[in-house]
Every structure is written in structure tokens, then in C-alpha cells.
Design a protein around this ligand. Structure first.
Ligand code: IPM
Ligand code: MG
Length: 354
């Protein structure tokens, strides 16, 4: 099969971890006889520095003609500490989501036995937890207009908007995933207060009977935030709107013990983007110490979701599990044992695959 990728390393540790994921991808392609072509492009703070634009047209054109996008991270403290900055790396991310039509952000939350002791929750609560958050990514408060400040500067407003089409699209996707998993969908909203949430709930009630084999549960977002830490094992597929999803996926990600392990896929109308959920970790940039496994697992999702190459995805997952069992891991998850460099972990994974 021909695989044509756009590679967007971005900022901070992005280039190092994407390099590892790309090497693993190359090794998998070689092993299974796939023809891999790829091209790199700028995004984030580095793109602002070089072009003045955090998501240059050139990068967008490349993404549009690629089969999938492998993405590192964006963000630079320089911009975080300057609220007056006119252009920010995050704007590039939002523009990419909108322009590529990345409507569903999928974050699988799975625990690794060897990391249970790192979870902020008691091991018996998290052991075996395995669910998937599906966050709507191109609607809601992030994109609703009007947004701004009244002329006197003392009043500000955002607008939350959802259309039937947007809600139906993501709910159907959630049921499809649930059918391949444990057949339960939890639709998270705030229907006791918000009009958009009531639309979500109404559409959920209409769609649920079309999937009689899947259990549907409705839950208010405040209750969901509580349940994620009280009983994470009760979830299978959780689906929610953009801002709720932003918050809940951060919460869900830490219960596994390491942010450095969690991949994500953003399913798009045109092309899909695969990226680790951790950020650009600027303090570690260039030190060869960042954990590359979330990005490597994102490459596994890429094989599975973008190319429907299940065996290839599984080989990558097996490699990651084996590296953890062998203790060939970076300092953030090296419990007492020797800590390996990012590049050393990468070399080990490539050898395992090959
Ligand atoms: C995320 C991030 C982004 C978001 C930021 C960087 C704009 O927090 O991908 O979850 O809020 O969507
Ligand atoms: Mg977030």
C-alpha cells in the first residue's frame, strides 16, 4: 500500500518525538512492504518565527494532499506569558482543526500495569480502566461567533453554537466505535442549563434507538468529572462537546499515571491528524529525554484509523509494551531502573519491529 504523510513536528520536544515515531513508521512500512513517502512542514511557534503565520498556507496544502498527518506539539512559553501577543501558536492549531474539518478528537485512555503505581488514584480503581473520550473539535465555544469585548472593554462574550449536523455526525461516530468495543456510549452534556446541550440530548435520544445493541447513558458534565475519578471503569465510549471535552480529557489522561503515554487521533473530513496529547514540554526540548511513546502510539492509531492496517498498528503496540517490560523507557516512567534517552528508546523500538 502507498502511504503519503505530512509530518508536522512543531515546537519544543515535537521534533524529537516525531522523529522516533517516524523511524518506527518507516520500520513497519519496510517490514510489511508498504511504500512510504512523507514531507515535513511548519506549524506553531516555529512557523510564526519563520513565516509570521502559525499555520501557513503551504502547510495546509500539504496536509490536504496527504493521506494522514503525524503531528508533534505546539506551544512556547514566550507566548504564554505575553497575553498581548497578536499571533499565538494555538491559533495555528485551531485553524488547522477548522480548515481540515477535524471534527472528532479521539483519546483512548488505557492503563499500563507497570504504571499503575504512578496514578494519582488507588491502583484498584484504575486497574483495567479502558475507555475512549470522543471530543467534538470544530464547534461550540471555541469557534462560535460573536466573540469579543464590548467597546468599554469591561464586558466580554463568547458564543456556544451547535448544529444538528455537527451533533449527529459525532454521535454516529461514537456508536460505531462503541460497537467495536464494549457497546456503551455515555453522552455528556449540561442539558439542565444550556440550550446547546438540550439539542445534544434530544438528538442523542433520537439516535440511540438506531443502535439497540449499544447501551446509551446521558450524564451531566459535572457528574462525569466526578465519575472519571470515582469509577473510571464504568465508561466505554464517552462523547461530548468541545470545551467539556477539553477539560474532561485532561482529567481522564492523568489517571493512567503518565501523560507521556497517551496518543490521540483527530478524525477529519479531508485528512486525519495523529498526535500525542501532551504538550511541547519546552523545558525538555533538545535534551533527548522526552518520552516518545505517546507519539509512537499515535502512529499506531494512524495505521489503524487512516489506513485500516490493523496488524501494523498491533505490532507498534506490542513494541511499546515490550519496551516497557524490558525497562527501555525514558526517565519519566523509569521506576528506579536505568533511564534511557528518547533516541535510545526509538532505536530499541525500530529493532523490535524489524
Ligand atoms: C488541547 C489543547 C488545546 C485546546 C489548546 C492548546 C488550544 O488544550 O488540544 O486539548 O484547548 O483544544
Ligand atoms: Mg486541552
Amino acid at each position: 500500500m502507498k502511504l503519503n504523510l505530512a509530518v508536522l513536528p512543531g515546537d519544543g520536544i515535537g521534533p524529537e518525538i516525531v522523529n522516533v515515531a517516524l523511524n518506527v513508521t518507516k520500520a513497519v512500512c519496510k517490514k510489511f512492504g508498504h511504500e512510504l513517502t512523507y514531507q515535513e512542514a511548519l506549524v506553531g511557534a516555529i512557523a510564526i518565527e519563520k513565516t509570521g503565520n502559525p499555520y501557513p498556507q503551504e502547510t495546509h496544502d500539504l496536509c490536504m494532499k496527504s493521506d494522514a498527518v503525524l503531528f508533534g506539539a505546539i506551544g512556547d512559553p514566550k507566548y504564554d506569558n505575553n497575553p498581548a501577543a497578536k499571533v499565538r501558536p494555538e491559533q495555528g492549531l485551531l485553524k488547522m482543526r477548522k480548515d481540515l474539518g477535524l471534527y472528532a478528537n479521539i483519546r483512548p485512555v488505557a492503563t499500563f500495569p507497570s504504571l499503575l503505581h504512578k496514578s494519582p488514584l488507588r491502583a484498584e480503581l484504575v486497574e483495567g480502566a479502558d475507555f475512549m473520550c470522543i471530543r467534538e473539535l470544530t464547534g461550540g465555544l471555541y469557534f462560535g461567533r460573536p466573540q469579543g469585548r464590548a467597546e468599554d472593554g469591561n464586558t466580554a462574550y463568547d458564543t456556544c453554537i451547535y448544529t444538528r449536523e455537527e451533533v449527529e455526525r459525532i454521535l454516529h461516530l461514537s456508536y460505531k466505535f462503541a460497537r467495536q468495543r464494549n457497546k456503551k456510549v455515555t453522552i455528556v452534556d449540561k442539558a439542565n442549563v444550556l440550550a446547546t446541550s438540550r439539542l445534544w440530548r434530544q438528538i442523542g435520544q433520537e439516535i440511540a434507538p438506531q443502535y439497540p445493541d449499544v447501551e446509551t447513558e446521558f450524564m451531566f458534565v459535572d457528574n462525569a468529572a466526578m465519575r472519571i475519578i470515582q469509577w473510571p471503569k464504568s465508561f466505554d465510549v464517552m462523547v461530548t462537546e468541545n470545551l467539556f471535552g477539553d477539560i474532561l480529557t485532561d482529567e481522564a489522561s492523568v489517571i493512567t499515571g503518565s501523560l507521556g503515554m497517551l496518543p490521540s487521533a483527530s478524525i477529519g473530513i479531508h485528512t486525519s491528524v495523529f498526535e500525542p496529547i501532551h504538550g511541547s514540554y519546552p523545558q525538555a526540548a533538545g535534551k533527548d529525554i522526552a518520552n516518545p511513546l505517546a507519539t509512537v502510539l499515535s502512529a499506531a492509531l494512524m495505521f489503524e484509523y487512516a489506513f485500516d492496517l490493523q496488524e501494523e498498528g498491533k505490532l507498534i503496540r506490542d513494541a511499546v509494551t515490550a519496551s516497557m517490560e524490558a525497562g527501555v523507557v525514558t526517565e519519566d516512567i523509569a521506576c528506579g531502573g536505568k533511564a534511557y534517552k528518547t533516541s535510545e528508546v526509538g532505536e530499541w523500538l525500530v529493532k523490535f519491529v524489524g
